[in-house]
Design a protein around this ligand. Structure first.
Ligand code: NAP
Length: 279
């Protein structure tokens, strides 16, 4: 039976630290404040927003939600962003993406104040990840995967790690973070040939493919450590990871569940970055 790498446990630890830091800062008259910029009323965004607001409330982080009309254009959104950039009471800004297709996301990414970019949207913060410079804000999901590995003392140096994803939100920054820890990293994607033989050969497999229960036993070996970043709905409409958890849990060495794995840590990383931004 695999050891379960619980994201909830990791998240609890991070939140305890955040709570202590927020208390110390409030005593000095500093109040970490997250601004959420939302364009339209996408149900996924609203549900994520609700969970962030609840967490902020529990941790003493102040929030401001700016809801913008779906019809807003690129210039209008830039004006809203700049207003938050110039507002000293705002520590961090989160803009829900993807944006409607008529908005030029590239221009928006370049406008966010680098010091308030807690979701790592600005190219400068991304570039820091690629240079191994830890002074910027990291993308929250890859950092959450790294936190889980670190929390459970899983060594990375010299280990073969396969990342199944090459997006800028997950796979590419994650591969750089793993390289920084001296792992030997392979990135796989939809054109990769014989994926199973590559993942089977790895010590650690990190999946973010976005297809429920895609990975069965045949993709792993008995001492595989599996970090499942994927979140999608299975045939029964239940939330599922990329990995067929039930099919592999008595075979692999360690595995993150979905839900309760990487996703559970991602919001905590975001909030810890709001606290750092305020500092
Ligand atoms: P994405 O941009 O669509 O990336 C999916 C990746 O999977 C791409 O690199 C794609 O390859 C690769 N892929 C697709 N089919 C494949 C196949 N048959 N074999 C090998 N590789 C394949 O999606 P994303 O935004 O990065 O998100 C990926 C997943 O992570 C989603 O389930 C999303 O919900 C989840 N996610 C979770 C969190 C969290 O906090 N837990 C946060 C963000 C995203 P190509 O590049 O060749 O297309």
């Amino acid at each position: 039976m695999a050891d379960i790498l619980s994201g909830k446990v990791v998240s609890k630890d991070i939140r305890e630290q955040i709570k202590r830091q927020v208390e110390e800062m409030s005593n000095k008259g500093k109040y970490p404040t997250l601004a959420i910029l939302r364009v339209g009323k996408n149900p996924g965004d609203i549900s994520y927003e609700k969970s962030i607001l609840k967490s902020c409330d529990n941790l003493g982080i102040k929030t401001r939600v700016v809801e913008l009309d779906m019809e807003i254009n690129t210039e209008g959104l830039i004006r809203e962003m700049e207003s938050l950039n110039n507002d000293d009471s705002i520590s961090g800004i989160l803009l829900f993406r993807p944006l409607p297709s008529h908005i030029d996301e590239e221009s928006i990414r370049n406008k966010i104040c680098v010091e308030k970019d807690v979701d790592c949207m600005h190219p400068l913060n991304l570039e820091k990840i690629f240079e191994g410079d830890i002074t910027g804000f990291a993308p929250c999901t890859p950092k959450a995967a790294m936190e889980i590995l670190s929390h459970y003392d899983i060594p990375l140096e010299g280990k073969k790690v396969v990342v199944v994803n090459r997006s800028m939100v997950v796979g590419k920054p994650l591969a750089m973070m793993l390289l920084e820890k001296n792992a030997t990293v392979t990135i796989c994607h939809s054109r990769t040939k014989d994926l199973a033989s590559i993942t089977r050969d790895a010590d650690i497999v990190i999946t973010a493919l976005g297809r429920a229960k895609f990975f069965g036993k045949e993709y792993f070996k008995e001492d595989s450590i599996v970090i499942d970043v994927g979140v999608s709905l299975d045939d029964e409409g239940s939330i599922s990871g990329d990995v067929d958890f039930k099919g592999v849990e008595d075979f692999v060495n360690m595995i993150t569940p979905v839900p309760g794995g990487v996703g559970a840590v991602t919001t905590s990383i975001l909030l810890s970055q709001v606290v750092s931004a305020c500092k």
